[in-house]
Design a protein around this ligand. Structure first.
Ligand SMILES: Nc1ncnc2c1ncn2[C@@H]1O[C@H](COP(=O)(O)OP(=O)(O)OP(=O)(O)O)[C@@H](O)[C@H]1O
Ligand SMILES: [Mg+2]
Length: 469
């Protein structure tokens, strides 16, 4: 028989002491509390998951169990268990949205079952139905996590409302926790995107700065190239001409002059400091020659470093690029306190944005020199090729990097240098450039011992693809 909610099985609290109903929970009197509206509101419930309308009813009294199951099965999918342990076994096999349980049962009590459910099946709501109507008990059950506490014999309408509310509350809680999780995920993603954006912004800024600096350097180099070239070659010519003029002068010197002319020449020689001039001419000329040679080298290195007169993507020998960069840093590497060891291997040419890679070597070499600072130390550059990958290491015997800073050094604007000395962009730019080449940049450091940066670059990088990534 399916009970009619209008003829309730019992009513809440008002009939809790009806002695004649203990056991079956049936009421003689008409109900004081019924609910049909609550029942009808559940006719079209929305259950996103199959177990959202699954209810497990637990009671050691078969009559009550069957009655509740039959009644609730009109709307929900119900299963029954005769005790708490059986209920736990069923819960372990499949999920339930709600457990409706008696309190007093042989073995585990309903409260112990409630505790286990709140601990292990957080997504399952629990309604306690008990013959005992002590306020403290009700409060304890609610505190442990029960959605509701009904007193036997209870009204079927009240049961309906209670079940409906428990399921609604469960859905609300679940949606709230999903929204919270979703918001947290979005927040994390936003924070990640913000960091990425800042990194890209910094890179674009620096790249623009470097591009204009590079253009400037290449422009200056270009303008200096011709005058430096003719100073250099004219000095060479001049050296030969002066040798010839000196020969002529020395021959004149040996000629016997009339005393008046001889006196006049002697006076002129004295006035112009002839002996010293002739003696110094050679060394002045060779100083000029060395100076002109240096200007020519700097100009050539600037052109090589900026590589603006070459196509953006080109195959180059990394050893050459590193060497051109080193030659632009005499302020750091010619002063004598830093020993520079170049251990260049036989490496194949690499497909790359040459000017950008030179920027990487520049950043690493300047950082290494800064790390050694005023102390004595060594910077070692090695290049090797493994399996179509060129591996460049730049290691120094400088101050090293504390482990808590290691994860930050590639972040834009991270610097330990005083304001005005470092922008904190060198490594983040270098990281971006190496990534653009489909390569990797790694660091190992021991505070007090030194640091090694290892850059691995594929020999045949597909730069169009890498750049669009
Ligand atoms: N070889 C190294 N030894 C020790 N610390 C280093 C080394 N290279 C980098 N660092 C640390 O990493 C930080 C970030 O380096 P990065 O090159 O990005 O910026 P920076 O050198 O401080 O400034 P910028 O390069 O913009 O002038 C440095 O401030 C320094 O603390
Ligand atoms: Mg730097």
């Amino acid at each position: 028989m399916i009970p009619n909610p209008a003829q309730p099985f019992g009513s809440k609290i008002l009939h809790m002491n009806s002695a004649q109903n203990e056991g079956t929970g049936l009421l003689e009197n008409p109900p004081l509390l019924t609910s049909t509206t609550a029942h009808s509101s559940l006719l079209n419930p929305e259950y996103p998951e199959s177990h959202d309308h699954r209810i497990l009813i637990v009671d050691d009294e078969a009559a009550v169990l069957n009655l509740f199951a039959t009644y609730l099965s009109e709307t929900y999918s119900c299963e029954t268990a005769a005790n708490a342990q059986e209920a736990l076994d069923i819960l372990a096999r499949e999920p339930f949205a709600l457990v409706v349980t008696d309190i007093q049962m042989p073995g585990l009590s309903g409260i112990e079952l409630l505790r286990k459910i709140t601990e292990y099946y957080k997504d399952t709501a629990v309604i306690i139905i008990s013959g005992i109507a002590r306020t403290q008990r009700v409060m304890d059950a609610i505190r442990v996590g029960a959605s509701d506490y009904l007193i036997k014999p209870c009204d079927l309408g009240a049961l309906t409302i209670s079940v409906e509310r428990a399921l609604e509350r469960r859905m609300l809680l679940r949606n709230a926790s999903r929204y919270k999780q979703d918001l947290e995920n979005r927040n994390t993603e936003l924070a990640r995107q913000k960091r990425e954006l800042e990194r890209l912004q910094a890179q674009v800024l620096q790249a623009e700065k470097m591009a204009s600096l590079g253009q400037l350097a290449a422009g200056v180099a270009h303008e200096l190239n011709n005058p430096a070239g003719f100073i250099y070659s004219n000095i060479d010519l001049m050296k030969g001409y002066i040798e010839r003029l000196k020969r002529c002068l020395f021959d004149y010197d040996r000629l016997a002059l009339v005393p008046e002319a001889a006196e006049q020449i002697r006076a002129i020689k004295k006035e112009i400091d002839y002996d010293n001039i002739v003696g110094e001419l050679d060394s002045i000329l060779s100083d000029c020659y060395v100076g002109a040679e240096r200007i020519r080298d700097v100009v050539q290195n600037l052109r090589l470093f900026s590589r603006l007169d070459e196509p953006a993507v080109t195959r180059i020998d990394l050893n050459e690029g590193i060497e051109a960069t080193v030659r632009l840093l005499p302020g750091y590497y010619k002063s004598g306190s830093i020993r520079l060891v170049r251990d260049y291997g036989d490496v194949p040419q690499v497909n790359c944005y040459a000017a950008q890679l030179n920027q990487v070597w520049m950043n690493l070499l300047v950082n290494a020199a800064h790390a050694i600072d005023s102390a004595e130390g060594e910077v070692r550059i090695t290049t090797r090729c493994n399996d179509r990958t060129v591996v460049v290491t730049v290691s120094d015997t400088g101050a090293g990097i504390p482990s808590e800073q290691l994860s930050k050094i590639f972040d834009p604007f991270f610097t330990t240098k005083p304001v005005g000395e470092g922008t904190g962009l060198g490594l983040s730019i270098s990281h971006g450039i190496v990534e653009r080449h489909g390569g990797r940049i790694e660091v190992e450091s021991t505070p007090g011992r030194g640091t090694t940066f290892t850059i691995s670059l594929p020999v045949d990088a597909d730069l169009e693809v890498a750049a669009s990534n």
